[in-house]
Design a protein around this ligand. Structure first.
Ligand SMILES: [Zn+2]
Length: 176
């Protein structure tokens, strides 16, 4: 189960919240000039992104657990809440839940400009590392890892998340 992944997703969501939605907070006078606020459209985009993410987790949780406890007050707590409310799911549905959480974790990282989060994952096609984030997709850098047209294989965050969860599960199965 992706306990660590849920924690990472929550940490990234809180970071987004702190960095992009409360830019005026912090040490006045200390780093004036270096800490410039991103332009308003970015704030709105981040706000929409966070709202949509939290709503997706809540909707998914309620669908899988109609008797789920009330949603947590803090946005960053939804991942823990989601996992806690759905221990009854079978392996396949747990994997879907975990992939959703991991995909959102990647989305938060990308929203922060942290493309290293993608680079650290193995390519689902060939297993090599060093995926490049280009135009909303992760491109495999290995020149033999191509699709039927000979183009570099491209992966969405959802595909990377699905692969990550399946890979972790496979490692776990083999370890026991
Ligand atoms: Zn590849």
């Amino acid at each position: 189960m992706g306990k660590g992944d849920a924690e990472t997703a929550a940490r990234r969501l809180r970071l987004l919240q702190a960095e992009f939605l409360e830019p005026t907070r912090g040490e006045p006078g200390l780093r004036t000039g270096t800490r410039t606020s991103p332009p308003a459209p970015l704030h709105l985009g981040i706000l929409d992104h966070m709202k949509a993410s939290v709503e997706e987790v809540i909707a998914h949780t309620r669908q899988q657990a109609p008797n789920a406890s009330p949603i947590p007050a803090e946005a960053g707590d939804v991942y823990d809440w989601c996992v806690q409310q759905t221990p009854h799911l079978d392996g396949e549905r747990q994997a879907i839940r975990d992939a959703l959480i991991f995909r959102q974790s990647l989305e938060h990282a990308i929203a922060m400009g942290d493309i290293k989060a993608v680079r650290k994952l193995p390519c689902p096609g060939c297993g090599c590392y060093g995926l490049l984030w280009r135009a909303g997709a992760a491109l495999c850098p290995y020149d033999r890892c191509t699709d039927s047209r000979g183009m570099a294989n491209r992966w969405s965050l959802a595909q990377l998340a699905h692969h990550h969860v399946a890979f972790k599960k496979m490692l776990k199965t083999h370890a026991t």
